[in-house]
Write a protein that binds this ligand. Structure first.
Ligand SMILES: Nc1ncnc2c1ncn2[C@@H]1O[C@H](COP(=O)(O)OP(=O)(O)OP(=O)(O)O)[C@@H](O)[C@H]1O
Length: 223
């Protein structure tokens, strides 16, 4: 597999942060290729660069060096509006901060993502919520959801644009074991249809469903 055939590739990513005198080398030459339908789990201690890597892969943050490609198309070092467009069309993002807009219902959050990515609904939004087991909460606002419901609603939103690539930070972070199993089954089903995923996690259960588990330490892969 080369960078052109991978669904998602990162070539030697560097990211530095400077706060006063202090410099942090969050990513120090991280490369990654994720094949179609592959689930890659990324683990590593706190501060090892996992969230920074995911943000660069999503085009939400810009690497100081290196390049991210989605379906062979350059994402890094592009204008903001182009990165947003590529993200809307090809990437589903689920970060710990959440991806639900507070003032919209669950169903409207899903519809908004579909509209931004020009994905026709044809009942798919409702299907997605049914698959996640939260269709009965479609009319609820995010603050009215339990932790597990919010996690599943977030996942529905991440999948609403039918993305080629899903990037998720602890997708099962605050859910019970039953909900975790349910989410993992859904992720595996999605991967089987060709969706590629990078999942940051500390959970052994999540790592167990991944095709590969990679470990970061101090901004580098641990061999
Ligand atoms: N915006 C920023 N400004 C300054 N330093 C930052 C910034 N974002 C991240 N860092 C630093 O970069 C390093 C990597 O952070 P990152 O959040 O990627 O780690 P992580 O592996 O996701 O950690 P955790 O598991 O605790 O979420 C840390 O030392 C962090 O303090």
């Amino acid at each position: 597999m080369d960078a052109m055939t991978a669904s998602l590739s990162a070539d030697s990513l560097y990211r530095f942060f400077r706060a006063g005198e202090e410099e942090t080398f969050a990513l120090q030459g991280v490369g990654l290729e994720v094949a179609k339908g592959e689930i890659v789990a990324v683990t590593g201690p706190s501060g090892s660069g996992k969230t920074t890597l995911l943000s660069c892969l999503a085009g939400l943050d810009e690497p100081d060096g290196g390049m991210v490609r989605v379906a062979g198309r350059p994402l890094s070092h592009q204008r903001e509006h182009l990165r947003s467009r590529i993200r809307a069309q090809h990437i589903g993002v689920l970060f710990q901060s959440g991806n639900l807009l507070d003032h919209l219902t669950v169903a409207d959050n899903v519809r908004l993502v579909q509209r931004l990515s020009h994905v026709p609904d044809r009942g798919r939004g409702q299907d997605l919520l049914r698959q996640m087991g939260i269709d009965r909460r479609a009319g609820a606002l995010p603050r009215q959801l339990s932790g597990g419901e919010a996690a599943r609603a977030g996942l529905a939103v991440a999948l609403a644009n039918d993305p080629a690539v899903v990037l998720a930070d602890e997708p099962t972070g605050e859910v019970d074991a039953e909900t975790e199993r349910r989410i993992l089954t859904l992720l595996r089903e999605r991967a089987a249809t060709g969706t590629s995923m990078v999942v940051v996690t500390h959970s052994r259960e999540v790592a167990a469903v991944a095709d590969r588990v990679l470990r970061l330490r101090d901004g580098r892969w641990v061999a």
